[in-house]
Design a protein around this ligand. Sequence first.
Ligand code: DGY
Length: 323
Amino acid sequence: MNKPKVLITRKWPASVETKLKQLYDVSLNEDDLPLTSEELKSALQNYDAVCPSVCDSLPAEVLNASNKRCKILGNFGVGYNHIDIAAAKENGLVVTNTPGVLTQSTADIAMTLLLMSARRGAEGDRLVRAGKWHGWCPTHMLSSDVTGATLGLIGFGRIAIATARKAHHGFGMKIVFFNPSAPDPSVIEELQATRCDSVEDVMRRADYISLHCPGGPDTRHLIDDKMIRLMKPNAHLINTARGDVVDSKALIDALRDKRIAGAGLDVYEGEPNIDPEFLTLENATLLPHLGSATLSTRTAMGEKVLANLAAFFEGREPEDRVA
Ligand code: DGY
């Protein structure tokens, strides 16, 4: 029997690419650049499985392509807001993701951004590199405490809880959160966390607000000008979720006018394009979507995709099926 034809749309760590090649007739995107809509349509017509990532936009217009051969989208990543799930279902496509394995690395990046934003880390690095540091001074670059401050989480899934654990157990932070459904009571007890009734309540109470909700139409601009205006003047906004959860223009205005102390961002509306105004703001710490970017995490993500494809092609239910 012929091996299933599989396309991975971006380069993966070598060890998982090698395993994939042993099992399937694999095509790699040697350019390692995001595919265009036309290339994605053609992939759906020519492969049994396509393994996209966050950079591949798969709206209904692409998923409705005619003469599809593809039966499964094995997404390399936990977030799948770049795939129109309703259209995937209508087209009989199975969709899987990679939950769990990137929880700690993404929570580490949330904490990295929180600490950098709080302690003006990126700004200090720029100052030293520019030769503008003239020595220690009692009033130079004063910033905000992290230890004992209040961390507010919007969304309270795996990554939010991992971030809250690092913040609470490591830095003695108080935890408040908003989540539509009630989490496991043992987690609330462990973290002595307070569940707020609304996003607004978290915005008002927290010194650091970290976003952990899914992207997509339901959360687009959830953090808009009105929400940002609820933040304390010493508060920082941290986003490792999806760029479009925050209205960038509103955030830029608040940072420019110093209505809030800072923002730490790993994701952007329309990334990799970034509103150039962010680049002019000393109180914005900007990372290039590094949440899951450790070798072991990216390898584990590839292993998850492999396990999901294996289940599908062996006629079993993939563990991480989302459609
Ligand atoms: C994820 O897994 O959703 C990360 O943001 C990378 O795609």
